[in-house]
Write a protein that binds this ligand. Structure first.
Ligand code: ATP
Ligand code: MG
Length: 444
C-alpha cells in the first residue's frame, strides 16, 4: 500500500472543469447526496477526461452513503453486484453508477489476524500468486482513490466546493501524459492482470505514454494476462478494438506481448509481416468508422483482426484440395478452439465472422451472381464492410467495392442475364422449378 500523504486540492478557480460539461443526471445525483449530508465526488475516468477537455464516456460517483441509504434516497436506484453492492441510478437515457467508498486490501490482512472462532469468509482475498479474488470493504475517500488502477484515474471532483482532489500524482501525470499505476506496478498488475490491458487502452486512446518502469513490468507480466477470466477478457478486447483507437492499440499489444498471449493463433505461417500490416490497416479502417459515426460491431472487429490469417489458413487448405467452404470452416474451427481458451468469443460472434469471410468470394465475383438477393443476407452489410477494409490494402478489391457502391446506389449497369436492381427475391422464386417431394415428407 502507498503511505498516506496529504491530498493536493485544486480549487474551483484553478481547474477547467465546468458544471456545464457534467451530465445533468450526475449533477442532480451529486447535489441530492450533498444536500442530504453525504460526501459526494465524481470519480474515475470522467474527472480525467473533463480535465483534458474530452467528453467522458460515463460519469461515476463515489460517496460515503451506504448502499441501503442510496436505495432509500433514490427511487430510480437498483443495487447490483453480489460481492460489492453498487447502486445504478436509472435515468431515461443514462445509468449513473454510485459506489460507496471502498478500500484496497490492507497489507497485514490475512490468516494471521484471525481468531479460531472467526470462520467468516475474508473480505479481502488474494490467490497464492497475489491476484485479488475478493475486495469488498468500505473505506475512506482516500482509500477509495488509492485502490484505483492509475494515478490519472484516481482524481475526484468534490461537489461540496467544486474542487479537484488528488491523493496520488494524477494531476502531474495528466500534464506529462503518463500512465502510471498507483503503487508498485508489479503488485498492481499481479492483483489484476486486466489493468495491463487498461494501460495500453488508455495509452492508445489518449495518446499517453506508459511510464518506462511500468512498461518494463508490463512486458514481463504480459503472459499472465491469461489468468483473468476469459469472459472478462472478451469484454476488454471489445473495448480495445471498438472504441476508436484500435489502430494505435495494436502495436502496443504486439510489442508488450499482450497480443500474442491473448490471441495465440494469430500470426505465424508464411508472410506474417505482410498480414500484420494488413491487420494494422484494417484496424485503422475500424477507427475511421468510429470517427464517421458508424462504429463497427464485434463480428466486423474480429474479421478485421483475424480475417487475413483465417483467409490465408483457409486458402492453404483449399490448395491442398479441400473445397473452399469446408476449408474455411476447418480454419475457423481450429482458430476459435485455441482463441476461446483465453478470450471467450461467443459462438454466435464466431459464426457471424465465418459468414463474413464466406461471403467474400461471392462478393468479389465479377459480376456477382444475384446481387440483389445477396444484399438481403444478414451478413451482407458486415461482409461488404470487411471488403471495404480489405480494399485499403488490396488494389484488386477496389473496383469490386466501386461496383457494389454503384449497384447499391442504383447506378450499376445490368450484368449479364439479370438486371440486378429490378430483381426481387419474389420474382426469383416464381422462376424456380419445383422439385417433387417424396411422399413421406409431403405427408408429415
Ligand atoms: P473509460 O473512459 O473507458 O470509461 P474509465 O477510467 O472511466 O475509462 P471505467 O471502466 O469506467 O474506466 O472505470 C471507472 C474507474 O474505476 C476507473 O477510472 C478506475 O478508477 C476504476 N477502475 C476500473 N477498473 C479498475 C481496475 N481493474 N482496477 C482498479 N481500478 C479500476
Ligand atoms: Mg468510465
Amino acid at each position: 500500500m502507498v503511505p498516506p500523504m496529504p491530498p493536493r486540492i485544486v480549487s474551483r478557480k484553478e481547474h477547467r472543469i465546468s458544471r456545464r460539461q457534467i451530465s445533468p443526471n450526475a449533477l442532480r445525483t451529486l447535489y441530492r447526496l450533498r444536500d442530504n449530508g453525504f460526501v459526494a465526488y465524481l470519480v474515475g475516468g470522467c474527472v480525467r477526461d473533463l480535465l483534458l477537455g474530452r467528453t467522458p464516456k460515463d460519469f461515476d460517483i463515489a460517496t460515503d452513503a451506504a448502499p441501503g441509504q442510496l436505495k432509500r434516497l433514490f427511487r430510480n436506484c437498483r443495487l447490483v453486484g453480489r460481492r460489492f453492492r453498487l447502486a445504478h441510478l436509472h435515468f431515461q437515457d443514462e445509468i449513473i453508477e454510485v459506489s460507496t467508498f471502498r478500500s484496497a486490501a490492507p497489507v497485514d490482512e490475512g490468516e494471521a489476524g484471525k481468531t479460531e472462532e472467526d470462520h467468516r469468509p475474508p473480505r479481502h482475498l488474494k490467490d497464492e500468486d497475489g491476484m485479488v479474488l475478493r475486495d469488498n470493504v468500505f473505506g475512506t475517500p482516500e482509500e477509495d482513490a488509492l485502490r484505483r488502477d492509475f494515478t490519472i484515474n484516481a482524481l475526484a471532483y468534490n461537489i461540496a466546493d467544486f474542487s479537484v482532489i488528488d491523493h496520488s500524482t494524477g494531476l502531474v501525470d495528466l500534464e506529462q501524459r503518463l500512465i502510471r499505476p498507483i503503487g508498485d506496478p508489479y503488485v498492481r498488475f499481479t492483483e489484476d492482470p486486466v489493468r495491463m490491458l487498461r494501460a495500453v487502452r488508455f495509452a492508445a486512446s489518449h495518446g499517453f505514454v506508459i511510464e518506462p518502469a511500468t512498461w518494463d513490468v508490463l512486458c514481463e507480466l504480459s503472459p499472465t494476462i491469461t489468468r483473468a477470466s476469459s469472459a472478462r477478457l472478451y469484454e476488454e478486447v471489445l473495448k480495445l478494438f471498438l472504441l476508436g483507437s484500435a489502430g494505435p492499440v495494436f502495436p502496443l499489444l504486439e510489442e508488450s506481448g499482450l497480443g500474442p498471449a491473448l490471441f495465440p493463433g494469430l500470426g505465424g505461417g508464411g508472410d506474417e509481416n505482410g498480414r500484420r500490416s494488413i491487420v494494422q490497416a484494417n484496424l485503422a479502417g475500424l477507427d475511421r468508422l468510429c470517427r464517421n459515426g458508424t462504429p463497427p460491431n464485434a463480428p466486423l472487429c474480429f474479421a478485421a483482426l483475424f480475417g487475413p490469417d483465417l483467409e490465408e489458413a483457409a486458402l492453404a487448405r483449399h490448395r491442398d484440395g479441400v473445397p473452399r467452404q469446408q476449408a474455411l470452416d476447418a480454419a475457423c474451427a481450429v482458430f476459435f478452439e485455441a482463441l476461446c481458451r483465453t478470450v471467450s468469443v461467443p459462438g454466435r460472434i464466431g459464426s457471424q465472422l465465418r459468414a463474413i469471410l464466406a461471403l467474400q468470394p461471392l462478393l468479389q465475383r465479377q459480376p456477382p451472381r444475384r446481387p440483389a438477393r445477396m444484399v438481403h443476407r444478414p451478413e451482407f452489410a458486415d461482409g461488404l464492410g470487411y471488403l471495404r477494409l480489405a480494399a485499403e490494402t488490396s488494389a484488386e478489391r477496389r473496383p469490386v467495392v466501386a461496383w457494389w457502391d454503384a449497384f447499391l446506389s442504383g447506378d450499376a449497369p445490368p450484368t449479364g442475364k439479370e438486371a440486378p436492381v429490378a430483381e426481387t427475391p419474389a420474382k426469383q422464386r416464381r422462376h424456380r422449378r419445383r422439385r417433387p417431394r417424396p411422399a413421406t415428407v409431403a405427408a408429415s
